[in-house]
Design a protein around this ligand. Structure first.
Ligand SMILES: [Zn+2]
Length: 316
């Protein structure tokens, strides 16, 4: 097996750019094609490559997806891998110790699939395993903007530049580390199987507006989607909701960062589960220093919140 070639094929990603990890663990984006030589030097530990999961802003499709578990707690990891096995996707899941503080579980798609569908697919496992803290789904977004790149994930089997530990594969029962050629055992996901699985579990992942909070809020002059978001959102929507709330308070209402923070933290306390305060703070600061000026009524993820009265409601 040519390992570099196998990785390049398994982890197909955005083709016009990739990223390189720095010694503090953060990444610099490289404006170039990821080449076989880059992967070879990744495997030798000379540099560590990160790849952008969504292939482009026009299709918003991905060739693979992953759950990122940001904990070394084997009990939590086992809950997740058990759920994956139980639901019949054990042969599709590639488990990796990330080389730092957690694990990645990768799934490879037979053909490029919409980011949104893959995020729903991954969410089912998080719901079934009943874990929400310290997890992320890659792709992190249903779609990216034309100038955006979306999130990146570290390519497996490299050296983590901060922890200086190597990544390695593990079996799903967590009994042993596995050699790199384990990747050849992983079966591709079929689109029909994912769609059927998501359909079966629609209720589990459906966003819910909590009725008891809806009546509490009577606001005038507030965009319908913000009113909906303030009434509470479910887990899968917290991030997009937070993003737009920050934009709304900071950019549209021109609140100070600390006043806006009070408001989003108050909103967050009504979420189940809540987002971490540090994450809320980070997001707010990020948006405060960004050029976002308006809430994103056009985003696919916002469609369930936006109604008539939202200026840029997407034509469906
Ligand atoms: Zn809206």
């Amino acid at each position: 097996m040519n390992l570099a070639k196998t990785l390049l094929n398994f982890f197909r990603s955005r083709e016009d750019t990739y990223a390189q990890q720095k010694s503090d663990g953060s990444y610099t984006r490289i404006d170039a094609h990821l080449k076989l030589e880059d992967i070879q030097s990744h495997l030798r530990g000379e540099k560590t490559v990160g790849i952008y999961v969504i292939s482009d802003a026009y299709s918003n499709k991905c060739h693979f997806c992953a759950i990122d578990l940001d904990t070394l707690d084997k009990h939590i990891l086992r809950k997740l891998t058990s759920a994956i096995i139980k639901e019949g996707f054990g042969n599709n899941a590639l488990l990796e110790f990330s080389g730092n503080k957690g694990y990645h579980i990768f799934f490879k798609c037979k053909q490029p699939m919409p980011a949104k569908l893959l995020r729903q697919f991954l969410l089912v496992f998080l719901k079934k395993a009943d874990i929400s803290l310290a997890t992320e789904r890659f792709p992190k977004q249903d779609s990216i903007s034309v100038n955006g790149f979306g999130s990146l994930i570290k390519l497996p089997l490299g050296l983590h530049q901060k922890s200086e530990k190597w990544s390695n594969f593990l079996d799903l029962k967590l009994e042993k580390p596995l050699a790199a050629n384990h990747i050849l055992n992983i079966e591709n996901l079929e689109k029909e199987a994912i769609e059927a699985f998501v359909r079966q579990n629609k209720k589990l992942i459906a966003p819910k507006i909590l009725p008891e909070r809806r009546s509490v809020i009577a606001m005038t002059g507030t965009p319908p989607c913000i009113t909906q978001i303030l009434a509470g959102v479910n887990e899968g929507c917290r991030d997009v909701a937070l993003f737009n709330l920050c934009v709304y308070y900071l950019k549209m209402n021109r609140l100070s960062a600390s006043n806006a923070l009070d408001k989003v933290l108050a909103w967050n306390r009504g979420n189940t589960p809540v987002l971490s305060t540090s994450y809320v703070q980070w997001k707010l600061n990020y948006i405060n220093s960004s050029k976002y000026g308006k809430i994103a009524c056009r985003m696919d993820e916002m469609q369930e919140f936006c109604k008539e009265g939202c200026q840029r409601k997407k034509e469906l």
